[in-house]
Design a protein around this ligand. Structure first.
Ligand code: 4G1
Length: 235
């Protein structure tokens, strides 16, 4: 059972993420738990303020350390007794300067008992959050976003499908090619012809050895054309 705790100023953004498809089934089967905390509930300010102006000046606002510190401590004490070892509890900050999220990182996270995801907003968080609380900083990629909430949802989605019992054996084999470091081969379903475009004959041949060879070739060809970085790692 993976316990996922999220700290955000926009908890409503997470309302629906457990309602669809295999993620919904995972929660129905109680293979994981998601708790979303409103950072403002940990503010000590009468206006529930959680951000302030940056020391040294400059544009925008910075998320204050105290509400985040109190939220993490609250979550850790709530989870005491629910987890077998503190080594299996990690506090993760979603941040553009984090290590790039990969399938290998998701696999590692799927072995943990508790992750506490901190979502930044504004210009980011006070550096003492990182110094005092954060075990891992993760980034989903190099582009500018308005907050860490969508990156946190990416981690949640990617990690839940890896939990034992969530995705069946055959469905998980479907993405074996990417886990092998290659892109997926092209897929087709009925009809056999659509607007003059025909499904490749080999897929209708019933020759499973030939089909497998064709798919392998297509995977390699697509990876070489579109993702030279992945292709070079293979050879
Ligand atoms: C400098 C992208 C700033 C963004 C350079 C991927 C982006 C969290 C992520 C930013 C964020 C680059 C992520 C930027 C993210 C504070 C609140 C940080 C939002 C914030 C390339 C804004 N993966 N971005 N800054 O986007 O949190 O995890």
């Amino acid at each position: 059972m993976l316990i996922i705790d999220v700290i955000t100023i926009f908890p409503e953004m997470f309302k629906d993420i457990t309602s669809y498809g295999v993620i919904r089934q995972a929660f129905a089967k109680k293979l994981c738990e998601l708790n979303v905390y409103n950072l403002r509930d940990f503010s000590r300010d009468k206006h529930k303020k959680v951000d302030d102006r940056p020391y040294g000046g400059g544009p925008g606002m910075v998320m204050m350390v105290q509400p985040i510190y109190d939220a993490v401590m609250f979550i850790k004490s709530k989870n005491e007794g629910k987890i077998s070892s503190l080594k299996n509890q990690k506090t993760i900050l979603l941040s553009p300067r984090g290590e790039k999220l990969t399938q290998a990182t998701l696999k590692y996270i799927s072995t943990l008992e508790n992750i506490i995801l901190i979502c930044g907003r504004y210009e980011g968080v006070d550096e003492r959050v990182v110094e005092l609380l954060v075990d891992i900083e993760l980034s989903i990629g190099d582009y500018v976003l308005t907050g860490g909430e969508i990156p946190a949802m990416v981690v949640i989605d990617g990690v839940i499908r890896l939990l034992p019992g969530v995705v069946g054996k055959s469905e998980s084999l479907e993405h074996e090619s990417f886990e092998n470091g290659l892109l997926d081969y092209p897929q087709y379903t009925r009809p056999c012809v659509f607007k003059g475009l025909k499904v490749p004959d080999v897929l209708l041949s019933g020759d499973h050895a030939k089909i497998e060879k064709w798919r392998k070739e297509k995977s390699l060809e697509l990876t070489r054309k579109r993702r030279e970085d992945l292709f070079d790692k293979k050879s």
